[in-house]
Design a protein around this ligand. Structure first.
Ligand code: WTA
Length: 647
């Protein structure tokens, strides 16, 4: 196994980047030749950003699972595809070879078919981090059903909203899941969600915790029973559905600046080519390496760099069911040691949290197998970067700081491990085929901000980050609402994809992401829309109005600060705070609970009634001296009150 398109030197990176910009169609067309097609494509790219319409590898027919499974099962059947570490360090690990994984995916694909699944159906997957989650995802792709994976931490209401938006007809879940010393009752959360979901006809339930669950005859079936039926029927093979390159592969919901999460849609071929290309190049994967991405498959990082990127490259991907701090804060290092992990891809929030436990948990662990470290999800601060580099990488491992988004499908800006230089807190250079540029608030390009031009900035410049040309795994639409996709990403600036991030560029051309410039918070690497959270809080009885802002948080990166006007009886502030938290957990999920709730009598508003978030943000940050001009406020007096009672 080798990757002819793996970049192996800095000079080659610059050369390849140049070619990719000059002739993107030739560039991606050549790379796409290294995949398995059922029918070759006729046209590499057809696009405009005004509708938007983006079509890659048009006319091509393929199935991503043949590229992730069949081709490797033929050439390296015994190579482990998935290695799984349980939540419980004592439970025996599992290793599933390519041959076995192909077999299991085929089996479950037949289970889906037996339960009425067809090409184009939307299937909701709500499962713990066990290999069957990956198997369910791949089985959907095998038969051409569109998977919508929902992170196990979301509440019944969030699940119902997502199932209804996509009109899923099948749900795949488990009785429960383990997270540290907790058991998560997945099936009963799903039961509560399903009361609101009329489209669902079948629920397939995997046994994981063997916690008692309700099972309705005719509608709800056990995973294990269904597999037995397929076994009894004989031949478990399931022919991979021939998918058009642009057929939808999956939907993944993410928060934006409006109240309702949106279903980001990715299509088959472009997503496959791009996640594979970035996996191979950013991490510099070598045959035999163990790749450990610590994300959950419920997020885009898990989709792209636990499942599709590594498997399409014939790699060994390590899946971990548990959490970094259980049984103790040395768990990641135990795993690295146990499996001789070569590539560790994690999030700054995890690094900061583990850092806070001190070096005792790292000391006697053998981390010498590590070659490459990676960071994703939020800006990494210098202290965390240095700790990761020194104490985990022992000064020998490049750190890839990978900037990308649910909407981009794969890594967009990052150094290539050991090939292009790393620089603490910088994502550094764009991947081949990616054209980042910085614009000011009116959409004018900032001189020196555009990577596709030779011009470097004379000093560090800053602006809003846009991308001027499509790449293969760009978002195709927001499910069921194409106009929303256009408005959110393609209308702020003409003929550009707008990322929602602010960004700097230094004189050497390195990019540094500074954080969201819209109303989206990034809390422990999770995206939380302020409007969505305000809606949830406003539904709590007694709440009149609320405003959410982010503030710097040592571990989470950003913390959630809620200002709440409450008209109910204020018997005990502490209890009401907890009540509001319960409402948030019920409507969204525990990940969205505010860190601080301040009860206020009024919010700073302009005469036209707009909340001045800038002021609230400053107060939450503790910067009460520099509030700027507050004379335009309807009632400047509220500001004083808020400052006085600041938490
Ligand atoms: C942020 C996660 C700084 C950014 C893959 C982006 C980052 C949002 C980085 C997307 C990074 C992601 N440095 N910020 N390396 N990576 N972000 O959709 O604000 O969960 O817009 O995708 O995370 O979050 P999402």
């Amino acid at each position: 196994m080798s990757y002819p398109y793996q970049i192996t030197s800095l000079a080659q990176y610059h050369e390849v980047y140049k070619q990719s910009i000059e002739n993107p169609e030739k560039f991606w067309g050549d790379i796409a030749m290294h995949f398995r097609w059922k029918k070759h494509f006729d046209q590499v790219l057809d696009w405009n950003f005004t509708e938007p319409k983006i079509e890659w590898f048009k006319g091509g027919k393929m199935n991503i699972t043949e590229n992730c499974l069949d081709r490797w099962a033929e050439t390296q059947p015994h190579t482990p595809a998935i290695v799984w570490e349980s939540n419980d360090p004592e439970e025996h690990h599992r290793s599933i070879s390519y041959k076995e994984l192909l077999f299991k995916v085929n089996q479950f694909a037949n289970v889906l078919k037996n339960n009425g699944a067809k090409k184009g159906d939307r299937i909701c997957i709500y499962m713990p981090m066990v290999p069957e989650l990956a198997i369910a995802v791949l089985a959907c792709a095998r038969i051409g059903a569109i998977h919508s994976v929902i992170f196990g931490g979301f509440s019944a209401q969030s699940i119902a909203d997502r199932i209804n938006d996509a009109e899923c007809n099948i749900v795949v879940t488990a009785d429960g899941g383990y997270r540290g010393n907790k058991e998560i009752p997945l099936k009963s959360v799903m039961d509560e969600a399903l009361i609101q979901c009329r489209s669902v006809q079948k629920v397939i339930v995997l046994t994981r915790t063997r916690t008692p669950v309700s099972m309705l005859k005719g509608k709800e079936v056990w995973w294990e029973d269904e597999i037995k039926k397929v076994e009894t029927a004989g031949n478990p093979f399931c022919e991979a559905e021939a998918m058009d390159a642009e057929d939808e592969l999956f939907i993944l919901y993410t928060s934006g600046s409006t109240g309702k999460p949106k279903g980001v849609v990715h299509s088959c071929a472009g997503y496959m080519v791009y996640t594979n290309y970035t996996f191979v190049n950013v991490f510099q994967y070598q045959p035999g390496d163990i790749h450990f991405c610590t994300a959950d498959i419920g997020w885009i990082t898990g989709h792209s760099y636990i499942v599709y990127g590594p498997l399409s490259a014939g790699a060994t991907t390590l899946m971990f069911e548990g959490i970094p701090t259980w049984p103790d804060a040395g768990r990641f290092w135990d795993i690295v040691d146990k499996y001789k992990v070569n590539i560790l891809y994690t999030a700054p929030t995890a690094i900061r949290s583990l850092m806070s436990f001190g070096l005792d948990y790292v000391k006697h662990k053998d981390l010498s197998s590590l070659k490459v470290l990676g960071s994703v999800g939020e800006p990494i601060n210098e202290e965390a970067w240095n700790w990761f580099h020194e104490h985990i990488g022992k000064g020998n491992c490049p750190i890839v700081d990978t900037w990308w988004q649910t909407e981009t499908g794969g890594i967009m800006i990052s150094n290539l491990a050991g090939i292009t230089p790393h620089k603490a807190t910088y994502a550094t250079l764009p991947l081949p085929g990616v054209c980042p540029l910085l614009v000011d608030e009116h959409g004018y390009p900032i001189p020196g901000g555009d990577a596709s031009l030779a011009e470097m900035p004379k000093q560090t410049v800053s602006g809003n980050l846009c991308i001027s040309h499509p790449w293969p795994s760009i978002i195709r639409t927001t499910y069921g609402d194409h106009e929303r996709c256009r408005q959110t990403y393609f209308s702020t600036y003409q003929n550009m994809y707008f990322t929602g991030d602010g960004c700097l560029r230094d004189v050497e051309g390195n990019y540094r992401i500074t954080g969201r410039v819209d109303d989206v918070l990034n809390v422990s690497g999770h995206r939380i829309g302020t409007a969505e959270l305000e809606n949830a809080i406003n539904r709590h009885t007694g709440v009149v109005e609320s405003a959410i802002v982010g503030y710097p948080h040592d571990i989470k990166g950003q913390g959630i600060y809620a200002y709440v006007i409450f008209s109910g009886v204020m018997d005990d502030k502490n209890l009401i705070t907890q009540d509001i938290n319960q409402t948030v957990a019920r409507l969204i999920g525990a990940i969205a609970k505010p860190d601080k709730i301040q009860f206020v009598t009024g919010l700073p508003k302009t005469r036209s009634g707009k909340i001045m978030r800038r002021i609230l943000r400053k107060i939450a940050e503790g910067d009460t001296e520099n509030l700027g001009d507050i004379s335009t406020l309807l009632d400047p007096g509220v500001v004083e009150n808020i400052i006085r009672e600041r938490l």
